[in-house]
Structures are given as structure tokens and as C-alpha cells.
Design a protein around this ligand. Structure first.
Ligand code: GLY
Ligand code: MN
Ligand code: MN
Length: 439
């Protein structure tokens, strides 16, 4: 299985250190266990920033990067102590001693020393950086600075500024390395296989949760033990609820079913949506709506390449969808008037896509200096137009309850893009053929 090598974590930390002022410190915290009920926790998921910088998957650890006045750097970590009883009950801990070599650190210490060590490290430094969204780390730093100011012992000075480092880390995470793209290809392949199997399994009378179970089975048995987000399996009208996750209704003959599901591998997400007929054959109204979404998605894929601007590509998609809705009589009137009045938003109410990486809605700015950001090689994003015609919509009834989204994951290459999720069919003919083969 592909993993991010420790040397890549070192490079990431070196990049961050290069952005820091001389005589400064940066503190990044891990995630902590989250209670699910009473004394049971949710399955642990590491903080994406901490994981990006360390590849260390334990809770309650703190990474400390130091850049001295002369430019020398040191990387420290505070972590849970070795503890025989705790490890028998809750699992192995790396411990400070082993962490130094395993994580390529300059030093490591037990959490019991964190407050004192931090006070030492912060004293006489000019600047401290943290992620303000990590509120407990921010609080600890602010408290340490306050203590240093209150007791100006032996002339030690507290840092004079505390700066949020999030935008710098987001920028670093936005463009993926070769290894990251290889992992994202692997999780895309697993997720594609899961979607194919769900299509082949599907038939009327099954419940939405049967398809969800099949998807999760394929993820898990291929090493992506957890979905990157709660899977959406919406039959019929449920496809028109964008974040439907109840997944507990019987799939009806004649309905479509929309599945939005992606696995997580080594922390990296896939995010795929396919929409297909429960009985394996698109009805004419379903096919008409589906084809508009597919045409819009294929047009977007043609345009997404280095230098492309997402709002411009979105505009092309909006035109195709609006024209399609006009052709079917779902909208009425003139194309540009409808676009201007945003009437299509009744049926296509979300964005074209988003960055994808360690978070399913991954970090990174969509605008730079107020202007749309041109795409560049190594960015990974989703392309996910949709049309959702909820029951009761102001349009011919034959279209009511049809919800369609087609979502692929792409990486921007030097000249165009590569569709990571190309292994799941999406034309009407391909989907019907695969579903026939599955019966
Ligand atoms: N699965 C979440 C999304 O498509 O954005
Ligand atoms: Mn999705
Ligand atoms: Mn998405």
C-alpha cells in the first residue's frame, strides 16, 4: 500500500519553517478522542494539518517547530507517555523515545512536560504561529504568553505576536505531490469499484442501506476502512435532498437512486456520485434529465486545465443545464433571461465542485486578491453538476422526484486533467450494460 514517506513529512515541515520568521515558533496540535456515547469514542480521525506534517496517528500530541534567530531549526513533539495499563486497554503508544527516530524529530517529550517546555521554548522568541481553528492549542499558547508576561523572570520576554498560520498551510496542501496523487488514485479506484458493485447489486425491493453496506464493504476490504464522509444513498425523491444520509428507505421500481460515497485511504478522500435506475433501465424523462447533467459534466471536463477559472467553467455548465431545462419545458422563456434571473438555481443549487485532499472539502483559497484563482497542475478537485426536481416543483409532473448528480474527481495535469474516477461508468448505455451484467 502506498504511504507518504517520512522524508515527505520532513520536506513539508521544512517548507513551513522556511515561511516562518527568524526567532519564532509554530505549534500544531493533533486531534483528541471524541465521545460517541457514554464511555465509547468515535473511531479516531487525526487532524488533517497534524497528519500532513507528521504522519503520526495518535491523539493528544503537539508538534512544535522552532526557528532560531540564526536560522537554525528544531522540530519537537509532545505526546502521550508509554503506559502499560493504558496500552493494554486502548492500544499501543509510540512514546517519546521511539518517536524521535520514527518521526524524524530533533526531540520529543511526554505531555506532562508540555506546559514547562512550551514556556521555555516561547521565552525570548519574537513570534508564535498556530492554527486559530485549533482552539485548545491557541488557548494554551495565549495562556503561556500571559504567564511569561506576568512573571518576567530573569529578563525572559514573551513573544510579541501570535499569528494564524492556516492560510500558509492551506496553500501547501492545495497542490498535491506525486505520492499524494498516487494515493488519491488508489482510493478513487477502490471507490469506483464500490460504486460499480452497488450498481450491479441494485434491484427493486432492496433498501438504500443494502447499497450503503455494499459500498462500505468494498471500501473496507480494500484497505479504505472508513468512508471519507457519510455515504448518501437516496432513492426517488430522496435524491433531491442534497445531504440525505438516512439511507433507510426501500428502493422502488421505476425510481432513480443517487449514491454519493467515497473512501478514505491514508487520510485522502475520494468523492464520487453516480445516479442510476433502480431497475436497470432509465425511463425517458429520467434519461432526458440525466443526459443534460452528463453533457454539462463532460463540457466542464473539457475545460478544466491549467489556467482555467472555475467561475468561467461553471458558467458554461449553467448554460448547458439551463438550455436543457428549457428544452424539456422545466423552465420557460429565454436562455439568458433565465440565467440572469438565476431560475436554474431551483434545480441546480450548488457549486460545480471543490478541492479534494485530506479533507473532502479540501483547503485552499478559490480567490486570490479578490479574483478567481487559475487552476494549476497538481490541484485535485471534484466536478459535480446536478439537477434536482423536488416533488411539487413548478414544472411538468413527469419530472418530479428526479434527482441526478454525476461527480468525478480530477487532477489537473500539465496540459489538461486526468479523471481519477474514470473507472465508474457514467453514460446511459454503459450504466445499463453494467447493471444488466450484474443481474
Ligand atoms: N460528498 C460531498 C460533496 O459531494 O461535496
Ligand atoms: Mn460527493
Ligand atoms: Mn463533492
Amino acid at each position: 500500500m502506498i504511504k507518504i514517506d517520512i522524508s515527505e513529512h520532513q520536506t513539508r515541515r521544512a517548507n513551513l519553517l522556511s515561511l516562518m520568521d527568524h526567532n519564532s515558533v509554530c505549534v500544531v496540535g493533533s486531534a483528541s478522542a471524541q465521545t460517541r456515547s457514554n464511555d465509547t469514542d468515535y473511531c479516531f480521525r487525526q487532524d488533517s494539518y497534524f497528519w500532513y506534517l507528521t504522519g503520526f496517528d495518535e491523539p493528544d500530541a503537539t508538534l512544535i517547530l522552532i526557528k532560531y534567530a540564526d536560522g537554525q531549526t528544531h522540530v519537537f513533539m509532545s505526546l502521550l507517555p508509554k503506559d502499560e495499563q493504558a496500552e493494554i486497554w486502548h492500544g499501543r503508544r509510540l512514546g517519546a523515545q521511539a518517536a524521535i527516530a520514527k518521526l524524524a524529530l530533533d526531540n520529543a517529550f511526554d505531555n506532562s512536560q508540555l506546559e514547562d517546555q512550551l514556556a521555555n521554548i516561547l521565552s525570548n522568541k519574537q513570534t508564535v504561529y498556530s492554527l486559530y481553528i485549533q482552539t485548545s492549542v491557541k488557548k494554551l499558547i495565549d495562556q503561556t504568553i500571559m504567564n511569561l508576561k506576568r512573571v518576567p523572570k530573569q529578563g525572559l520576554l514573551a513573544p510579541s505576536q501570535h499569528i494564524d498560520i492556516q492560510s500558509q498551510l492551506d496553500e501547501a496542501r492545495l497542490v498535491k505531490s506525486t505520492t499524494e496523487i498516487a494515493i488519491m488514485q488508489a482510493v478513487a479506484d477502490i471507490s469506483a469499484q464500490a460504486h460499480c458493485q452497488a450498481m450491479q447489486l441494485c434491484k427493486p425491493t432492496l433498501n438504500e442501506y443494502h447499497l450503503e453496506a455494499e459500498i462500505q464493504y468494498v471500501f473496507a476490504r480494500n484497505g479504505a476502512r472508513h468512508p471519507a464522509y457519510t455515504s448518501i444513498v437516496g432513492g426517488g425523491d430522496n435524491a433531491c435532498i442534497l445531504h440525505y444520509t438516512q439511507n433507510n428507505q426501500v428502493l422502488q421500481d421505476g425510481d432513480l437512486v443517487l449514491i454519493d460515497a467515497g473512501g478514505e485511504l491514508e487520510g485522502y478522500a475520494a468523492d464520487i456520485t453516480r445516479t442510476f435506475p433502480v431497475n436497470g433501465r432509465f425511463s425517458r424523462p429520467q434519461a432526458s434529465v440525466y443526459q443534460i447533467v452528463l453533457d454539462a459534466q463532460l463540457a466542464a471536463l473539457e475545460l478544466l486545465k491549467p489556467g482555467a477559472l472555475l467561475p468561467e467553467v461553471t458558467q458554461v455548465v449553467v448554460e448547458i443545464i439551463t438550455q436543457g431545462l428549457l428544452d424539456l419545458g422545466i423552465l420557460t422563456g429565454e436562455l439568458h433571461d433565465n440565467i440572469e434571473r438565476l431560475t436554474y438555481r431551483h434545480y441546480f443549487m450548488h457549486g460545480l465542485g471543490h478541492y479534494l485532499g485530506l479533507d473532502v472539502h479540501d483547503v485552499g483559497e478559490y480567490k486570490v486578491d479578490g479574483a478567481p484563482r487559475p487552476l494549476s497542475p497538481g490541484m485535485v478537485l471534484t466536478v459535480e453538476p446536478g439537477i434536482y426536481i423536488a416533488p411539487g416543483s413548478d414544472c411538468p409532473e413527469i419530472y418530479h422526484g428526479i434527482g441526478v448528480r454525476i461527480e468525478d474527481d480530477i487532477v489537473i495535469t500539465e496540459t489538461s486533467n486526468h479523471v481519477l474516477t474514470h473507472q465508474v461508468p457514467k453514460t446511459i448505455a454503459e450504466i445499463e450494460a453494467l447493471m444488466r451484467a450484474g443481474v
